[in-house]
Structures are given as structure tokens and as C-alpha cells.
Ligand binder design. Sequence first.
Ligand code: PLP
Length: 432
Amino acid sequence: MLHSNLTINNAGHLMLGGVDVVELAVKYGTPLYVMDEQRIRENCRLYKKAMREHLPHGSKPLYASKALCYAGIFKVMKEEGMAVDIVSAGELYTALRAQFPAENMYFHGNSKPDSEIEYAINAGVGHFVVDSMEELEKIDMHAGRKRAIQKVLLRVTPNIDTHTHKKIATGTIDCKFGTPIETGQAEEFIKTILSKKNVRIDGLHCHVGSQIFDEQPFCQALEVMVDFIAQVYSKTGWTPEYLDMGGGFGVRYTEEDPVLDYGGWIAKIGEKLKEACAEKGIPVPALLLEPGRFIVADAGITIYSVTGVKEIPGHASYVAVDGGMTDNPRYALYEAKYTMLLANKAKKPKTYTCTVAGRCCESGDLLGENIAIQKPVKGDLLTVLTTGAYNYSMASNYNRVPRPAMVAVKDGRDFLAVRRESYEDLIALDTL
Ligand SMILES: Cc1ncc(COP(=O)(O)O)c(C=O)c1O
């Protein structure tokens, strides 16, 4: 199986985290997101262990909660000793409601509204990852009003091309995120921050992209960042306590994706950091890493019911399901690839090649093309693997389709993490 938390039982049913997926579909209905909580915890531990062993003292992982955000995930992150990356007041509110400490949050985003900046400062958010001069001015003003010193990191763009999909590449000079190093703007920005009374700059941040399969872009970015730190140090005497290299570690969606040695990557990044800092004669900062996808992707699956099979001889075979782009827009957005199977026929060979169609009124509402699954009929449970990241968090109510429930499994038991939206939920905000 694609991931070690997936097995098949004697009944020929798919199991996730030791729980029969077919039974979950019967109990909770479809479409249904299922998250393996133990796998989420294991992924956090793997990251923390590798960072503890290979990176400078004080280094730590922040879970990028945009990958999967619901109240329960913040409880897990708190128990696992993770800090978190948030990008909106909505994510902040969710984390606070789950009693996640504001001090351990890093507030990202290239376009933070004033009201959200105020809200985050009032809540005591540990760090802002500043992305614009306007944001800096607002933070300085509001922190001043509160007689507080707000800690920040500055997001810069190292101009690294990661060769990932262009919609998830974020490190190039012309990208909407961060301040470019090459143009001299990042250096000027740091000088401005250093002149502010109510803001303290603790570090620098960059994020070169997502779903990256080799350590090279990280090592290149690290070199650019260390060069930049040395340049700023020589001019201002300031060096960062933290260097935040963002997220981006790739995960396996299909058997064709490589198996990665994540611990080995972190070790290489650590070596590169020490080497580059020694060469430039600057103090070694602690590293922050912001895994999102890596923490939750392989912990999740989505179960759908097949609603029909349409064969157009010589053209296409469509297998239609009771969800689609509303619960997983990633194929419609960037033709993201997935592995699928019928959970109730998991032992049978995958002899049927098809296009998996969602239910929305959009021809682009597909979950995949050229997908191999077992021969389907109406009522079968088509299951998409590796949907833990950027599925629920990207879901919408297009066509007024209610968002699915999310169930978590742990120690062979299942419990509701997010209840299914009702029709009443759909009209709750409407005025009549
Ligand atoms: C600033 C930042 N950090 C971390 C992440 C998480 O990336 P990934 O889920 O690829 O690890 C993202 C993803 O967009 C991001 O923009």
C-alpha cells in the first residue's frame, strides 16, 4: 500500500489506522474525510526528532495549519509540542478556541487586514511574519498603543526556482510573497524594522514552494539567506536569532513519487547551515521549519460513494461520485495526482481505467483522469488516498454542497472531529 497506515482486512476492506473504512462509511455516511491521528503524531515526532538531532539548539517545527485547520488539530499540536503557523484571524480564532497558546503562533500572510493585525496583537500572538511595509507600520502603531514590543520575522524572497507547480512555487523574485533580496529592498526593510520602537526583529523567513522532492532548493535558499545575513550583519551589526526556511517537503501521492529520507534532508540542511555560517563568519541561527503537507497528508483519506458509471465507447469512462471539487479542488486547480481504490473491493485487481467525476456543474470538476481502480458499480466506496492536506481546508460550498464530516481514528477507535454540514448550516447566514 502507498502508506504504511493503510492495510486490507480479511473481508477485503481498506483499513486506515487499523479501522475498517467501509464500516466508517456506513456509520457516518459519504463523502467522508478520515484522519489517522496516530499518523499525524508520528509525523510530528519524526520532524521534531530529526530537528533535535541535526539542527542548532532552539530549532523547532511549526505546523502550517493552512494544510488542515480544525479545532482538534490544535489540541494534537499542543500535545506534540509543536508551534503553529497561522495565516488568518480565522485560523487564530480556531487555535485559541482549542486553548493553543498564542505565544507559540507565527502569523503569516501577504495581505493581513488591519483588523486582523489588531486582533492578533491583542491575543498575544508570539510572532508576525511581516510581508509589507504597511503591515509593519500597523504593527508598530498598534503595539505602541498597547505599550508592547511585538516580535516579528521578515519574509524575504531568495529568488529560487523550485520546479514545482507554478501555483505552489513561492520563492522567485516576482512572487506576491515577501520582499526581494536581490533588489536591495529586503536590506532596507530590515533597517526600517530596526528603527521601530515597538517592534523587535527576531529573524528572517523564506518559503520557496510546496511539494518539493529534493533538498537542493532548500540548500540553495539557505546559501542565499546566509549570504544575505552576512551582508546585513556587516552593515547593521544585526544577526537573526531564527532563520525560518518555510515548509515544502513533498509527500507521496502515487507510487511514482519517490520515497524520501526526511531525516536525511534535515541533517543535510543542518550541515549546510553550519558550513555556510562558518564560511561567512556569522553566528549560527536556530532553524524554524514549517511543514504542513508532511504532517497531515498521508494521515488522511476521503471516502465517496459511486453514484454512477458512464461509458462512452471509444472516448471515456466516467465514474461519478457524491463529492468532488467542493471537498477537494486540487485536481481542478493544478491537476494534482492521487491514488484511488474501491474500499469495499480493495483486494480485487485494479483493472478499470477511468475519469473520476465530481458532482458539480463544472466540466473541470474532476478528481482525476486515467485513474486505475477496481471495476465499479453504483454504491461502491471510491476512496482517494493522501487527502489529509489542502482538502478540507480548501473545501467550499459551491453548488450549495454541504462540506463532508471529518472522522478521526486512533487506537482502533473512531470519533467525529468535524460534523457534516447540514442544509440549515448552508442557509444560516442568509437573510430571508
Ligand atoms: C509560508 C508557508 N509556510 C509553510 C507552508 C506549508 O507548506 P507545505 O504544506 O508544503 O509543507 C506554506 C504553504 O503554502 C507556506 O506558504
